[in-house]
Design a protein around this ligand. Sequence first.
Ligand SMILES: [Zn+2]
Length: 302
Amino acid sequence: MPGKNISKAAPLSPHEVALREELRADVQKLAGEIGERNMWHYAQLNTAADFIEKSFSGAGLHPRRDSYEVRGQPCHNLEAEIPGARPEIHLIGAHYDSVSGSPGANDNGTGVAAMLALARRFAARQPKHTLRFVAFVNEEPPYFLSGEMGSFVYAGRCKAHGDKISAMISLETVGYFSDAPNSQIYPSRVLGAFYPNVGNFIGFVSNVHSRTLLRQVVALFRKHAKIPSEGAALPWFIPGVSWSDQWSFWKNGYPGIMVTDTAPFRYPYYHSAKDTPDKLDYDRFALVVSGMEKVIEALDKL
Ligand SMILES: [Zn+2]
């Protein structure tokens, strides 16, 4: 679904300026203050979990820990639910661990900051669908696409409980943009021929099975958001398509999409020690999140 290209970020509304500062503060907390957080930096991983839990509570939500063990060490997914009138669940998720050797500002401090900002904005509302906000542990290697991945454990339990998840939205690396020519690359030459070579847009990606959800979300985002977007429903084996927590939900039969700045196909500091908070474009990051707020709102009414 190639879309129109607009250069330069659109001006922010006062609401978006406040959102931008909230996002900046949460990325700073996760990547600037806590820093690298994973099983090799276990205290920091748990400090991040505590911070997310407190953020949910601060929004008036009642977080729950969904825990499991990896080689005897407890790991926690964190969930906050806003019950709706209908049993179908719209789930907004982001992984909070960072890859070994990286403070994880963009990957995935941005996804967590976005998820928390959205949770705060929906906390006092009464949605039709049940809304669930989830922070996942252990997305990065060596757990990546394995049975010990936090979201895989979580999604398996959802299936066992009979949870009716009708939309899973994975927020994965959403804060880097560039107006430079050829700042955007692709995992295949075919995609490169159809999609822009300037990395100034936000991407929506799904497997073929989730294409209806993908089309709905992209259409709603384009109707409401002030930043360009590109969408693609692609076979799961194309590099990048499965590379986050949506994979775990696909594996359990649920439709899921990923929202991403495309990470390794654009971001020069991907999975490096240089993935620090100063690299991000907070204006455009805020436009992505304000757009997603409208998408979740509109999706709830469908
Ligand atoms: Zn990631």
